[in-house]
Design a protein around this ligand. Structure first.
Ligand code: SAM
Length: 448
């Protein structure tokens, strides 16, 4: 009933598409799809029918081009179909298909065309005989083309949803869909960019799938400039460059930036001569997107005042596998002496996590273009976590906040913020306006 009501309320220009999602990183899916739709001009309105953990969502999108663009980017979704019919039983599906406008079907069913029909089930396996039965039951559709199983022009799918519980598989599906396949998503990037096969890696190199999700949450697009202030081995730069952005980064660690020191791979003691971020980009044919990486301390950014970046995508150190540190002397620097002599080699001080996030947000607020996004991981101690603890800045609007569990008591949250206001250095934002909670409260003390 709800679905019919929504469908009737749809403006005529919106078509309904069935999105088949991967059952991985569930919380990251909605912000990814929303971000990508807004990047390609398809709004995410209340008429979208997203069903939490279900792999089947129905999206209302103005054009097939937008649906195709979405699939050129998403790593959370597997495929998209133009939805021709939907029901809770075969009978409901067939009557819904009979109501689908014939003029919308005909271009794909005419006598000169070739096609095949596939059966896709979620949480149940069907026998070949059961599949054939389902295909035969569709003979009332005006198929006039020829079946071609190897190389058809058009592929149609029946998709049956048997729910999420593998221990309680119902006899009949909860939902059945029929649609014309439009495109697949970018799931294969997870394998082709796997860090296992990456030229230069470190202990904390970001997983390929999550790197692409972060770039999608950040709405990274062609010709953008993307910056990672905690660049490490450049995993996040690789993902952004894959989407056509020019990339740069900084890291406090001289050896990481220069590709020197001990290797992170088993059976290899020292890093080889060309193990560095530029070589990683070269490995994937993306070297032209490499701007540069510098040794620099994120607590003392070395940038002239200005707005440079379309997105800042980063994975700050958590103090577990990678220590948080900043440059400085153990002694307090006397006031008035700000410059170090050239021979000075900075020693590192511990860099409290709350200070680090404070600096990161301030830096993003200052250097992002209006509408630019900051995407970063926030470590949390789950028993004490509340939403108030998410760092805040008056120039940055929180877009999404998704949890990835790490252990029973710890997790990290992927935070996406968008710059919505011009930066003014004079803004006092150390205290939350609404609840006066000090931003620098030691909420990460258990991690530091
Ligand atoms: C979690 S790792 C980033 C991993 C990276 N995303 C990758 O794919 O390899 C965090 C990085 O922050 C760097 N770091 C720590 N403190 C820093 C600081 N004050 N300024 C800049 N980089 C810092 C560490 O050297 C480390 O390489």
């Amino acid at each position: 009933m709800r679905i019919l009501a929504v469908a009737m309320a749809l403006p005529c220009s919106l078509n309904r598409y069935l999105l088949l999602l991967a059952q991985e990183h569930l919380e990251f899916r909605l912000p990814e799809i929303k971000s990508l739709l807004s990047l390609f001009g398809g709004q995410f309105t209340n008429s979208q029918e997203t069903y939490g953990k279900s792999p089947f969502w129905i999206l209302s999108i103005p054009s097939e081009d937008i649906a195709r663009n979405l699939m050129k980017r998403t790593v959370c979704a597997k495929s998209i179909f133009e939805l021709w019919g939907h029901g809770k039983s075969p009978e409901e599906l067939y009557s819904s298909l009979k109501n689908y406008p014939v003029e919308k079907m005909v271009p794909f069913l005419h006598s000169g065309s070739t096609y095949k029909i596939k059966i896709h089930t979620f949480n149940k396996t069907l026998t070949q005989e059961e599949k054939v039965k389902r295909i035969d039951a569709l003979e009332f559709l005006p198929f006039e083309g020829k079946v071609n199983l190897k190389n058809p022009q058009h592929i149609f799918s029946v998709l049956e949803d048997y729910g999420l519980d593998p221990n309680c598989i119902p006899e009949n599906p909860h939902n059945i869909y029929f649609g014309r396949w439009i495109a697949d998503g970018q799931r294969e990037l997870i394998e082709s960019y796997s860090v296992k096969k990456r030229h230069f890696i470190g202990n904390t190199s970001m997983d390929a799938g999550l790197s692409f999700i972060m770039a999608n949450h950040g709405k990274v697009k062609e010709n953008d400039i993307v910056f990672d202030p905690f660049v490490g081995t450049g995993g996040l730069l690789v993902a952004s460059a894959h989407f056509g952005a020019y990339v740069c980064g900084t890291d406090i660690d001289y050896n990481t930036v220069h590709g020197l020191g001990k290797a992170s791979r088993k059976n290899q003691k020292w890093r080889g001569p060309d193990e560095n971020i530029r070589a990683n980009l070269r490995q994937y044919g993306l070297e032209k997107y490499y701007l540069d990486v510098l040794v620099s301390d994120a607590s003392k950014p070395s940038w002239r005042k200005g707005t440079y970046f379309d997105a800042i995508i980063t994975d700050p150190p958590y103090g577990i596998r990678e220590s948080t540190r900043r440059t400085g002397s153990q002694k307090e620097t006397p006031k008035g002496i700000e410059k170090c002599p050239e021979s000075h080699v900075p020693v590192s001080l511990s860099y409290h996590l709350s200070d680090m996030f404070f600096d990161l947000l301030n830096f993003a607020a200052e250097t992002l273009i209006l509408g630019g996004r900051l995407v970063y991981w926030l470590p949390v101690y789950t028993p004490e976590y509340t939403e108030d603890m998410v760092p805040w800045h008056p120039c940055l609007k929180l877009i999404s906040n998704c949890e990835q569990k790490l252990s029973s008591h710890t997790s990290r949250r992927l935070i996406t913020m968008e710059k919505v206001k011009k930066f003014e250095a004079t803004i006092n934002w150390t205290v939350r306006e609404e609840n006066k909670m000090p931003l620098r409260a030691p909420l990460w003390s258990r991690w530091a």
